[in-house]
Design a protein around this ligand. Sequence first.
Ligand code: ATP
Ligand code: MG
Length: 432
Amino acid sequence: MSEQVKAVKGMNDILPPESARWEWFEHTVRALMRRYGYLGIRTPIVEPTPLFVRGLGEVTDIVEKEMYSFVDKLNGDPLTLRPEGTAGVVRAVVEHSMLYEGPKRLYYMGPMYRHERPQKGRYRQFHQVGVEALGFPGPDVDAEVILMVRSLFRDLGLADVRLELNSLGQPEERKAHRAALIAHFEASIEVLDDEAKRRLHSNPLRILDTKNPAMQALVEAAPKLMDFLGETSLAHLRGVQAALDAVGQPYSINTRLVRGMDYYNLTVFEWVTDRLGAQGTVCGGGRYDGLVEQLGGKPAPGIGWGLGVERVLALLEESGVTPPAVAPDVYAVVPDVAAVAVATATVEALRQAGVSVLMHAATKDGQGSFKSQFKKADASGARFALVFGADELAAGEVTVKSLRDAQASQQRQPLASVAAWGSSLLASSTNA
Ligand code: ATP
Ligand code: MG
């Protein structure tokens, strides 16, 4: 045997039965998007590197150290596996002049790539669902996108995810806050540790994250961005709060909440759980009114979020939520190879009628005995076994046996009416 090839570190295979959980999740997401009127958009996984450098900002974790970037061997183009979805969607919206027709509500679902240290809830290939609402300036749509996430959690049967909210104001308000922050720290420079001194002028906001106990009092007393917001920014935040209050959605204002990407302004939010340890943020988003213009479009506001699929699925598991079981309606038992052609035609007719059928297939050991096939039928979780035996074949019939109801007697069914029987089966199961 030759040496095995293994998957790339931090990139996972999703196997059955785990894949059923994913499919159920994806199905739930699509139904949600339909209810809110969001349309799907699919953009390439590979984009020109400058898209992310310009779109996310050079001093972000993603651009500084997390991107899978490479050079196209044929033409030397710098390319990057997408680390997030917003930049690609906005590029596509600008490239296809989509906003000329009016505002757009869009969603996507798919893999993202970041070169991080793999651990539970943090992978190098992971998946996001995201929405982007483009061309809407008001707080009403901020509340809409936030509440979509609440609906999704409800549809999935998830509790224990709380909402944190903040406003980053506008760039000029952030600039004034930054200056005040630097002045505040400079006035007590003797309290700062070396790391804080280094960050003082490059990224004073990061000093607020310090774990150094000697600096806590100073950090606590630091000027808050919230106090630098003008009336327009505050009114926007109040608008979001009013909409959340109207539907009884609790939230906490977290003035420390900032987002990794430079492009955010005004509303920022996260959906957070305590049940996933350090990787507790399941969804993050916010407003990015400057991004469309920054990527070469006519200025247009935007807001969106990205939700980590692996984290939501882990939370579902942690919360004991299991998706509805997937089992075939029917297992076709075919003990005799002579019956295979008739069985094939019959199960094809059943599938055409919408019934899901698993038909026994020969393995390297051959067709298998009636008994072993019946065991497989039982294990498949199917509701009925259809038996295509020699007797049945001679009579132009098939035996129908309930696998779930021990009381029910088995009955013969003419082959010609099996599809009709299948349809009635579906009708009765949707009524139930
Ligand atoms: P974190 O602070 O956990 O690194 P982030 O701020 O980098 O998150 P975003 O860029 O906002 O994350 O992405 C949105 C969501 O995608 C996150 O809230 C998280 O649920 C998920 N996510 C981000 N990075 C990863 C990853 N490497 N593996 C799995 N999920 C991730
Ligand atoms: Mg990150």
